[in-house]
Design a protein around this ligand. Sequence first.
Ligand code: NAD
Length: 364
Amino acid sequence: MDAKDFSQINIAENPVLSQMLAMGHEQIVFCNDEETGLKAIISIHSTILGPSLGGTRMWMYDNEIEALNDVLRLSRGMTYKNSISNLNLGGGKAVIIGDSRKMKNRAFFKKFGEFVNSLSGKYITAEDVGISPQDMSWVSEETKYVVGLPGKSGDPSPITALGVYMGIKACAKIQFGSDSLNGKKIAVQGVGHVGEYLVGHLAKEGAEIYISDIYQETLTRVSKKYKTHVVSPDDIYDIDMDIYAPCALGATVNDETLEKLKCSIIAGAANNQLKNEIIHGKAVMEKGIIYAPDYAINAGGVINCFSEVHELSREWALTKSEEIYQTIFNIVNRSKNENLPTYKIANMIAEERIKNVGIINFTK
Ligand code: NAD
């Protein structure tokens, strides 16, 4: 089985421990509190490189298996992201099962904070989907193992956008022979927190920018600020472009879009861009498109968290994010030399770093 291909394991038929064994997880904590209604799962994939760090996601999962599957996958992803970013952090993640619009209150998050604290720093939490800075403030009343608090390292989006911009330039250097983006046609899908900052960098360099978003107000705001062409969400895959920068949702690189995409680089902030890593990772390579692995190019957010954990300056985080240029350059170069998809090379580099520090079984 491929190192990251655990899709053949049917979680419904496997007890939790064998699932952990298959994916290499260290510890799973199931949290239940009747009084507040909190139901959460904290998953620590690896602490080999340091304490595990990853956000808490609150979502209406249909059932516990779905929640468990998500937290196992996400925490493992954090191990890879932290490793490839040369951060001394392991991979962890938490999920809270429930409706983030109805169930939130101080007692609920204080209880969650108690569970995080019971791990004595093996897991450091942060915001993710469905969680706000206010929620994390409540968590911090019970534990110091939390980052992304109001007044601390702040919004990670500018740092994430800088890293994505650097990663795009590294891909351009290899694909076009120069990392200048002047005159390059770049489509940014989603001009939210990261997308808007990215457009700012691209505009400064004189790129020809196409933007799409599902919110008209967002589009109007960004297109007033920067010289851009506005494209409807459905048409973005059809335009004549050099670079596609997905900064909205995952899985936009799939069978249908690959039929249409005319770009020669795919590099953006969105997580899980390849619908199926194995199939579409190979397909982009066969089409001659350079794909910047998402967890490597969008690591600015976790770099920001790391700077908060170690009380490092914003300048440190910005400089570290600029290093994403070299990380992406090395991945793409090695992919060309070894004739392997970039996602695979990224996984190999992340695994190698961990193997050099300790023993972890990624292949079972
Ligand atoms: P965001 O919610 O602020 O922005 C996403 C934007 O995409 C929104 O404006 C939304 O309206 C738009 N959008 C949604 N569906 C769309 C569609 N079909 N077509 C076009 N636009 C669409 O989120 P963000 O913080 O900017 O993050 C963007 C992506 O980057 C997400 O996938 C996120 O997981 C990932 N990411 C973000 C960070 C960070 O620092 N914020 C770090 C790492 C990864």
